[in-house]
Design a protein around this ligand. Structure first.
Ligand code: GTP
Ligand code: MG
Length: 198
């Protein structure tokens, strides 16, 4: 699938505040700083559509981006940023789960995991919550440019093995890089196939 147009459509803290034009939504979630906003910019080819930062905790709202006038990419705040005060972490958690639990247009959530590291407890807990609630999800291993292919593949394989301890089957898994465009076609084609099947 090709993205021809990508337009920021609004920010919200409650699902009732999202854009009034209702279309299928694909959302990105993951720990703070994992590269959610950068991935949205890479996929859309718009360098600064979603705001990114070296400092974790940049995205604090639910941001909708209208793609090809037909569907939305949704940028969510990160979870599990240990250095945030408890009340801020609770506020972000509330925003995230209000969206996931109540957005009737959410088709699928992509959980982003840093490809250099083992999934952390907070990731595994989040993924198992998705399972309990029956929310469809995929996994994207980000920052694939930061290591050589052999090390990258070994680390991704380790994380897949870890997932298979909890799940009978692997969810759809992708490796991405916002720096060199790795994964762009695979992720967009996958979204395209899901949209066609709706
Ligand atoms: P929050 O909004 O704070 O939850 O973070 P986020 O997940 O949206 O991360 P963001 O896209 O802001 O990126 C965080 C940092 O990682 C920035 O400094 C990015 O430039 C960097 N980064 C993101 N993706 C990649 C990537 O694929 N490769 C490399 N090398 N750096 C990346
Ligand atoms: Mg962000």
């Amino acid at each position: 699938m090709r993205i021809k147009t990508a337009v920021f459509s609004g920010s919200s803290v409650k699902v009732g505040g999202k854009p009034s034009l209702r279309l299928p939504e694909f959302a990105f979630i993951g720990r703070s700083n994992v590269g959610k906003s950068s991935l949205i910019n890479m996929l859309t080819g718009h360098g600064s559509l979603a705001k990114t930062s070296q400092t974790p905790g940049k995205t604090q709202l639910v941001n909708h981006f209208l793609i090809n006038d037909k569907w939305y990419l949704v940028d969510l705040p990160g979870y599990g940023y240990a250095r945030l005060p408890d009340k801020d972490r609770a506020r972000l958690r509330h925003i995230i789960w209000d969206y996931i639990n109540n957005s009737e247009d959410l088709v699928m959530l992509f959980v982003l995991i840093d490809s250099r590291h083992d999934m952390q407890e907070v990731d595994l807990r989040f993924i198992s919550e998705l399972g309990e609630k029956g929310i469809p999800f995929g996994i994207i291993f980000t920052k694939g440019d930061k290591q050589g292919t052999t090390v990258l593949e070994a680390q991704v394989a380790r994380n897949k093995e870890r997932l298979l301890q909890d799940w009978e089957e692997l969810p759809p898994c992708f490796v991405s890089s916002s720096v060199n465009g790795l994964g762009k076609e695979e992720i967009l084609n996958y979204i395209g196939s899901v949209l066609q099947a709706l």
